[in-house]
Design a protein around this ligand. Structure first.
Ligand code: SF4
Length: 499
């Protein structure tokens, strides 16, 4: 009996940007008695279904974006005689869907770390339960990933998680509902041990794959300090202290290391935290800027973000502390209009963002936006026989790019204007200008290559409607991904000690 773990993707690039961490965590959760799992990440290459035999167990992790491909794999694995188990955010939200469409024998809701061993044992005994609830386990029980199973030379960045959960409640995001609003922070020992293992293997670029690296803000502390009961304040202070302790330990790692994380903009008002990030080699952060207007922020319950000059100042504060920002923006919010696009592109330039992504508002299951949107949809409205309210089941090529009718713009106008902002931000001239953030000519050329790869992987393959353009972009991404990966590889440090 062989355990397989599959990360589905409808497009493969040969080389991956970031390791899909869940594959290596669930591999660690596989009891030794069942042997090492066979791992397939389809962002590298498609699964060879011929490797699946009667009696095997196939674990498939899905989010909404890759659920359709996941179901295809599930049906093929079941036809080959394997027990099929789905997990991940989408399976947690729609367990019955994976049974109906994905050939599932079992579904795991919530965290798989602790329950996976039981699931495999039940499958091999022929008694799988329809649904398992893995719950939300405490941070001390998170499994460290099996990095010894990582294929050689295939990924640019490794990924290590330091915290699950986010206290915010943005309307377009499901994280706070699935991972919870209570931050579950891993002990720093566990985090540092994984990072050292990765650096020993030659990874110096590591994504801290967290929901929100800054779960306690200065405002939270201030508000808690006004409560009569001091327990909340003590709790928040302890969480904050743990962050600083982790960063102190990261600071002791080799100086060539580069960490990247996801953080809310509020961290920009906390110079002590930014200083600690700088010392800890955290040199990049994805910041959800979402909208450059106050009305736009109100649309998505993100009133804690700034706009105008204050927004520019906050984003520059990251840069002053050596943290390069990948700014994330959403287009298609109800308050957007044709001038929003240029204003956003101009702000991205003015705020000295190093990278940016411009996504179109999509109602994802599990979010407040989705629940609202679903109520407005005519149940009879369908594409390729699939109700529009189940848009992730529509074949990739026929999937609309915009789902929410907009008060002043057509769906196509939003798509075209979004594409134009990508074109402007990632024009060669703009990229070259931004490449001034590194010094040597070699590093500047590397910056250009990586910027182009980012754009090909995320913009052209996601926004374009014409399939020739999508295929061309994917081909391009495949060609430049290999040389890009070499730029990220470092000399292994097999004897590196744990600080
Ligand atoms: S978008 Fe970011 S800040 Fe908002 S809830 Fe999701 S993880 Fe938290």
């Amino acid at each position: 009996m062989q355990v397989h773990l599959v990360n589905p993707s409808h497009v493969s690039f040969g080389v991956g940007v970031i390791t899909p961490r869940w594959l290596f965590v669930i591999a660690a959760a596989t009891p030794a008695a069942f042997g090492d799992p066979r791992i397939t990440d389809e962002t590298l290459e498609p699964l060879d279904v011929g490797t699946i035999r009667q009696g095997d167990v196939v674990g498939i992790g899905i989010h909404t974006g890759n659920a359709l491909r996941g179901y295809e794999i599930g049906r093929a694995a079941r036809a080959a005689g394997a027990s099929v188990v789905f997990g991940g955010i989408h399976a947690t939200l729609y367990p019955e869907e994976a049974h109906e469409l994905g050939g599932a024998h079992a579904i795991v809701k919530g965290d798989g770390d602790a329950i996976w061993g039981t699931v495999i044992a039940d499958c091999t005994n022929g008694t799988p339960q329809r649904i398992y609830d893995g719950g939300r386990i405490e941070a001390g029980s998170f499994k460290p990933a099996r990095w010894d199973l990582l294929p050689e030379g295939r990924y640019m960045w490794a990924s290590v998680q330091t915290v699950r959960g986010c206290p915010k409640h943005c309307s377009f995001c499901s994280v706070w509902r699935t991972d919870g609003q209570r931050p579950r922070q891993r002990p720093s020992d566990a985090v540092v041990e994984e990072i050292v293992e990765l650096r020993r293997k030659g990874f110096r670029f590591i994504a801290l794959a967290d929901d929100n690296f800054y779960p306690v803000t200065l405002t939270d502390l201030h508000q808690a300090s006004r409560r009569a009961d001091p327990s909340r304040l003590e709790q928040l202070k302890a969480l904050r202290q743990d962050r600083f302790e982790l960063m102190e330990r990261l600071a002791k790692l080799p100086s060539d290391m580069v960490f990247y994380t996801q953080i809310t903009m509020e961290a920009s008002e906390d110079p002590e935290f930014l200083e600690a990030m700088h010392r800890a080699h955290i040199k990049g952060a994805l910041v959800g800027i979402e909208s450059v207007t106050a009305d736009g922020l109100k649309d998505i319950y993100k009133g804690f973000n700034a706009t105008g000059d204050e927004l520019v100042a906050r984003l520059r504060a990251f840069r002053r502390h050596g943290v390069h920002v990948l700014g994330s923006f959403i287009f298609g919010l109800p308050s957007d209009n044709p001038t929003t696009f240029d204003a956003t592109a101009a702000l991205a330039e003015q705020a000295e963002l190093t990278f940016a992504q411009f996504v179109m508002l999509t109602p994802f299951p599990g979010t407040v936006d989705f629940a609202e949107w679903e109520k407005t949809i005519d149940p009879a409205q369908s594409i390729a026989g699939v109700p529009i309210s189940r848009h992730w089941l529509i074949p990739q090529a026929s999937r609309p790019k915009v789902y929410t009718p907009h008060p002043v713009m057509s769906a196509d106008e939003i798509r075209q204007r979004t594409q134009a902002v990508w074109d402007r931000f990632y024009s060669l001239e703009q990229i070259w200008k931004r490449s001034g953030c590194v010094t040597s000519l070699r590093a500047r050329l590397a910056f250009v290559l990586i910027s182009k790869l980012y754009r090909q992987m995320y913009a052209n393959t996601g926004i374009a409607t014409d399939s020739a353009r999508v295929n061309r972009s994917a081909r391009w991404a495949r060609v430049i991904a290999k040389p890009c990966r070499r730029l990220f590889a470092a000399k292994p440090m097999p004897h590196l000690a744990i600080p």
